[in-house]
Design a protein around this ligand. Structure first.
Ligand SMILES: *Cc1c(COP(=O)(O)O)cnc(C)c1O
Length: 366
């Protein structure tokens, strides 16, 4: 016998839904190039499979977080090149230059380092100038550009292909964001005196859905691709959910009234209770902050409240009102009946963290 048991918990990914959501982004911004953001393993959906599915004409770059993710994109032999969104660490730069991955520069020091590495490598290197219009994470301050731009332009082995910034509060502070668009527009004008800027970009999903940025011609949608709109928009009902998180019931037992459930005995049964033990825990990304939050799971057509704390590999749910539930049954934790937005709200966090927290122990099925 050589039978492999099915997993206790897993993720089903709908690649067509991700492609559909990218089309929605394209329709929303008809004259704008797109950089699908697939950092953090495509927000838990799986880096290579998502990249392969989206690797089509009309995509400018794949947005990744670091050199390790860029390397995985390179090795997948795709036509689209990776773009490293955050600042680069000095000892990553040699690989970045030799591979010709695109990235940003925030200081003259970084730019000079890239310039000398490109000189050594014997080819030119393409960068985007980052400007900090409010995020405080990377980029030249707008006031520094006047002095920095001519010095950047003097670096012989660098090609400045674009300018980028990032909204810190597109979904929380509309007046700030509108003012920020003006600042960004001025920065672009200033840089355009020195460079032919093929790409000008500032918006992620929220910025894309909520604002007009006439100077921009590239957008970086992330969350939106994975079916969630961070801002109310006309595209709300049109995005398709992309992922389903499932587990299975391992055991069903009857506990008497007054019995504790899980660590700390924070939950005590109030009546004789049928309790299902389910094979998923915080090690899989089912956050421990869901403990006592009113989180629920969906089994055989019933919503079943989760009981007590989330443990590393298991959770318990009340199946008293779902008498047919039995060991082996599938359990929906995120899916058509339990949207990821509900899970994030109960966990007191954002959808991004729920997606990217889905652990490596969960097999991904496509
Ligand atoms: C993560 C990230 C994005 C994508 O953000 P979403 O809100 O998920 O669309 C875009 N740009 C940068 C610089 C990022 O770090």
């Amino acid at each position: 016998m050589n039978h492999e048991s099915p997993p206790r918990a897993w993720v089903d990914v709908d690649l067509e839904a991700i492609a559909h959501n990218l089309d929605i982004a394209r329709q929303a911004l008809p004259d704008t190039a797109l950089m699908p953001v697939i950092k953090a393993g495509a927000y838990g959906h799986g880096l290579e499979p998502v990249a392969r599915r989206l690797d089509a004409d009309g995509i400018a770059y794949f947005g990744v977080a670091n050199a390790g993710e860029a390397r995985r994109i390179s090795r997948a032999n795709l036509r689209t090149r990776p773009f490293i969104l955050g600042p680069t660490i000095p000892d990553e730069r040699e690989e970045i230059v030799s591979q010709g991955w695109c990235c940003t520069v925030s200081t003259l020091e970084e730019a000079r380092h890239f310039n000398s590495l490109a000189a050594l490598a014997g080819h030119r290197f393409t960068v985007h100038v980052a400007v900090d219009t409010g995020m405080g994470r990377e980029g030249f301050l707008p006031a520094e550009l006047g002095e920095a731009a001519p010095q950047l332009a003097a670096l012989e082995h660098l090609d400045v292909e674009g300018v980028m910034s990032h909204f810190p509060a597109a979904d929380e502070d509309v007046p700030f964001t509108q003012a920020e668009i003006g600042v960004f527009t001025d920065c672009v004008a200033q840089l355009q005196q020195h460079f032919n800027l093929r790409y000008r970009h500032i918006a992620a999903s929220a910025g894309e859905l909520g604002y007009e940025v006439p100077i921009a011609n590239l957008a970086r949608p992330g969350l939106l691709l994975y079916g969630v709109a961070p801002m109310a928009s006309i595209y709300d009902g049109v995005l398709r959910p992309t992922l389903r998180l499932s587990s299975r019931v391992s055991l069903v037992r009857e506990l008497p009234a007054g019995h504790g459930v899980a660590y700390g005995r924070t939950y005590m049964t109030e009546r004789p209770t049928r309790v299902a033990t389910i094979g998923i825990g915080y090690a899989d990304g089912w956050s421990r902050r869901l403990s006592g939050s009113g989180a629920r799971v969906y089994i055989r057509g019933h919503y079943c409240p989760m009981l007590g704390r989330v443990t590393m590999d298991q959770i318990m749910a009340d199946v008293t009102d779902a008498p047919e539930v039995a060991p082996g049954d599938e359990v929906e934790l995120i899916g058509p009946h339990i949207p990821v937005t509900e899970v994030a709200e109960r966990a007191g966090t954002i959808v991004w963290e729920i997606f990217t927290g889905l652990g490596p122990r969960l097999p991904r099925n496509y």
